[in-house]
Ligand binder design. Sequence first.
Ligand code: PRX
Length: 650
Amino acid sequence: MSDHLDALLHEKRIFYPPEELVKESNIRKWMDERNIKGYSELIKRCEEDPEWFWDELAQELDWFEPYTKILEWNPPYAKWFADGKFNIVHNALDRHAKGWRKNKIAYIWEGEDGRRRKLTYFDLYREVNRLANALKGLGVRKGDRVSIYLPMIPELPIAMLACAKIGAIHSVVFSGFWAKAFKERAIDAGSKIVITADAFHRRGKLIKLKDTLDTVIDDIPTIEKVIVVEHLKTEVDMKEGRDVFWDDLLKGQEKECETEILGAEDTLFILYTSGTTGKPKGVVHTHGGYAVGTYTTMKFVFDIRDDDIYWCTADIGWITGHSYVVYGPLIAGATSILYDGAPDYPDPGRLWKMIEDYGVTIFYTAPTLVRMFMKYGEKWPQDHDLSSLRLLGSVGEPINPEAWMWYYENIGGRRCPIMDTWWQTETGMHIITPLPISPLKPGSAYKPFPTIKADVLDDDGNSLRGEGGHLVIKTPWPAMFRTLYKDEKRYIESYWSKFPNIYLTGDVGRIDEDGYFWIQGREDDILNVAGHRISTAEVESALVSHPLVVEAAVVGKPDILKGEEIAAFVILKEDVKPTQHLKGVLREHVRKEIGPIATPSYIGFVDDLPKTRSGKIMRRIIKAKLIGEDVGDTSTLANPEAVDELEKAL
Ligand code: PRX
């Protein structure tokens, strides 16, 4: 085994959080109040009595009627706090608007063009109530589905909360998806109502959302009304009787609206996520457990406090936005930034300027963005005062140690611990994650959150240590999804069939000798070269560690002798010449970093890699292109043109 693989497998660097931060952290104080001396004692107590932990946290929320049972676990079905009467909106909004946080800012919104809006909890409360009353007037009742297709404007959380307030189920579709994707999701959900906007700006370009919707709206048979936010006041076609402007609808609506008293297990939302078959999965989340899970992780992972300015850069159209832009932060009574724009527009200083302008204290983003900013260089963050930051977060994909270090040094000033949070649409909340008191190894997502038992198994269900295997979760957690919408069979087959009563995450992970988890990527991104298991992420990490490389995507190319060969597509730093010689240098670099087994047989230079709109590299498409298969539908890619580039590169 080469030195680099050894280094990746046994990352020796450990970074400790500043003492003051540990002392002041929510988790440390919570443990002190309960006489719990340290992390291992906490984990032990949680293992012995997980319900004790969740009960304590659930008690910090408001229940219309208390629950008597905490967990009912009939695998694969969990119910949490099932007989409690609850509504997440009462906790995220009503109780703040009626209490001392009334005039506290809930959202600071900034548009790409620099426009700003601030909404207090009281502002938000009244807008939500007006829309909730309007929806009721349109005949929306408990259990009805509402599709929401909006950019990152305040009307998006308002729409979600208004639905939840009256017990309707929201299904948000990312505004970057194209019409076909929207249609598929709205048909599956059987939505009565769509809430959309005229248009928004991205990279200075006008994106006409209502026009996009118009191309498919007639194909969605259940739609009765389309509510249109006039965000930019661009011209739109309004179909009489069906389409109505948000402002017209809300005119004269009462500013009070009774919050529906629901059962904790009532459905809060459906969120569609991609599965291996191509048909999106409708992941179903509930009011009670989801609220407790997102609130608890806001408190203990992000260490949220009342004087924080918190910024999660994810779009609300993804689970990260649902849990950590909308519900988690609002339940915690936080002040959040909402930014509707590209992160590097008009220049790569945009995010850093906003951190400085608003005094952001907690910043949560994705490794793909970190790597993009690495490419732009240190100069951009250095131009800004980032000293307000206290804590950083990462989510969505494995963060390679180089990007981790860059983020830690250049954004966090070596004083902000990085919470590398591993979780999924299905899990609803952070599952494997550090706490602000954890010693960190760059590239590791640390260990399971208190009470959660995660493991790495071989095909026969034996626990593995030091080797890659199936990442699984063995115990239920409150924010877990309850099913796939209208697809019970797929719920069981995809997640609960490989190992009975154990949740299969679909990721490959490894647990090192200190119990740290290293997520290696999706199972389908793992290569098998001559009988050796190699993670695409490991090869990519090696390539990215070369000073001339910015980003890399690695896929397997079937090979009769070796099973698979490694093909790599590489984005070089600006101004670096893509020569044949350089391919050899990089091959040699990987060989040196990991070992001959991981040396790419093919290297292609590209300017861009096909990515989903959430920034995930679409290896499936790269692989199809590489082996000459049909790449299928590329309409959900952020950059379909990158697909053609691949061919030229080889
Ligand atoms: O492969 C893991 C990766 O993202 C997948 C979940 O994707 P999604 O449901 O879209 O949710 C993304 C945001 C929670 C996981 O199966 N993933 C997510 N976070 C991490 C990660 N991989 C490594 N490290 C992470 N921190």
